[in-house]
Design a protein around this ligand. Structure first.
Ligand SMILES: C[S@@+](CC[C@H](N)C(=O)[O-])C[C@H]1O[C@@H](n2cnc3c(N)ncnc32)[C@H](O)[C@@H]1O
Length: 402
């Protein structure tokens, strides 16, 4: 395997943006892929995968290369040389690779496999917290799965097409997909491709959405004609799914504290042909008060640590802080308490997170049920990255009895 100069330089520049300028890895990858229109599928694959791999394995590579951070260009090149050696690339005779100790890197890699924080490339605090919450055996399996690159999953927009027809149309555009058992609207890409460029995307025939995330809206047991409030709608991944499950009938009110996210949701709504969604920014406590006991169904897709989606966002390993997790647990409890009051008696609420930590999930629900005896739990589901190969999620379906 050969290394190509302009692709490698793009990776090096991208690493500096992620670690020096604190830009999000997914945004940096998108930007990097736009750099040269002549790049083919293999070039694009190399750029995207290498950036994600270097972010994912930062701590391991730092330890092998003896770099403490990515901040200097020299250190980024050292970490890249570790990546290239471990991946089996033949190092070209560029000045940046002079004196790379290939055998020492490989020896150090083997030695570090004995220590989980290096082997799995995670911060100490995250390892300690997850062991306390899940136990060492369970966490070891989950973090191993979370370090595998995410596959690209699509959700068929059943307002516009069906899964088989979409698969055929994508194939006509050169994109091969497969169905996956247990996920009624999902298509999995056989090979990574830029699906946003396709006519199918522009025509609103699908959304990119992980398989686990596709389980959440379905968990809420919505029916056409209902009044549904999606309280933490963000840019609307699950709102759009709710709209499709409701066959465009009834009413969905999508709220969030960030209006900018709801604006993105509006654009997606138009593309998807979803006509039953209205957006409402939460800019004062009145917004919530006014909607008390008015909904048949309420979705609380709560803000969370995102530890279940490290596959997709490996930079979270380095950006997330323990204080953030502590605070978000408090916010989740407040949100669950306040937004659950929007449901009518006899109505249902889903509380969901993309975390695998019990303190953000079942423990929140237990505490809520203790303090709110007028709610009962119908069912809950823990989606394990290790067992499914997809993102980690939690969802609980609650019913208001009185
Ligand atoms: C997990 S994300 C939602 C993802 C979204 N439902 C989707 O499927 O694409 C959580 C959302 O909660 C929003 N949020 C945070 N605090 C909130 C609050 N107090 N009330 C409502 N939304 C909040 C965040 O802005 C973020 O968009």
């Amino acid at each position: 395997m050969r290394l190509h100069r302009n692709l490698v330089f793009t990776v090096i520049d991208s690493m500096k943006l992620i670690f020096n300028e604190q830009e999000y890895a997914d945004k940096v990858v998108q930007k990097a892929l736009k750099k040269d229109a002549r790049w083919g599928a293999r070039d694009r694959k190399f750029v995207a995968e290498t950036i994600y791999e270097m972010v994912r394995w930062k701590r391991l590579y730092n330890e092998i290369a003896g770099t403490k951070s990515h901040y200097s260009t020299e250190n980024v090149w050292k970490n890249f040389s570790v990546y290239a050696v471990l991946k089996g690339y033949k190092l070209p005779d560029w000045p940046q690779f002079v004196g790379v100790p290939e055998r020492r890197y490989k020896g150090k890699f083997d030695e570090l496999q004995k220590t989980r924080v290096f082997k799995e490339s995670i911060p100490d605090w995250m390892d300690e917290l997850a062991i306390k919450e899940l136990g060492e055996k369970h966490w070891s399996k989950e973090i191993e799965a979370l370090n595998k690159p995410a596959e690209v999953l699509l959700r068929t927009n059943t307002l516009r097409t069906n899964k088989a027809a979409l698969r055929k149309k994508l194939s006509d555009e050169g994109i091969e997909t497969v169905f996956i058992d247990g996920y009624p609207d999902a298509l999995k890409l056989v090979e990574r491709a830029n699906v946003f460029k396709t006519k199918c995307f522009k025509d609103g025939l699908f959304e990119v959405q992980d398989a686990s995330s596709q389980l959440v809206a379905a968990f809420l047991d919505v029916k056409p004609g209902m009044r549904v409030i999606d309280t933490c709608a963000g840019a609307g991944g699950k709102t759009l799914h709710l709209s499709a499950l409701m066959e465009n009938k009834g009413q969905i009110i999508a709220t969030d504290i960030y209006e900018s996210k709801l604006k993105k949701l509006k654009i997606r709504t138009r593309r998807a042909g979803a006509h039953n969604i209205t957006t409402k920014p939460i800019d004062s406590s009145k917004v919530i008060k006014k909607m008390k006991a008015t909904a048949d169904r309420v979705l609380i897709d709560a803000p969370c640590s995102g530890i279940g989606v490290l596959k997709r966002n490996p930079d979270s390993k380095w950006k997330l802080q323990p204080e953030f997790v502590e605070n978000i647990i408090k916010t989740q409890a407040e949100i669950l308490q306040s937004y659950s009051q929007l449901v009518k008696v006899g109505g249902k609420v889903v509380y969901a997170t993309c975390s695998i930590l019990p303190s953000e999930n079942e423990n929140q629900v237990k505490k809520f049920l203790k303090e709110n005896p007028n709610f009962e739990i119908i069912k809950d589901k823990k989606v394990s990255p290790f067992k499914t190969g997809y993102d980690g999620f939690y969802m609980a379906l609650l019913e208001r009895k009185s």
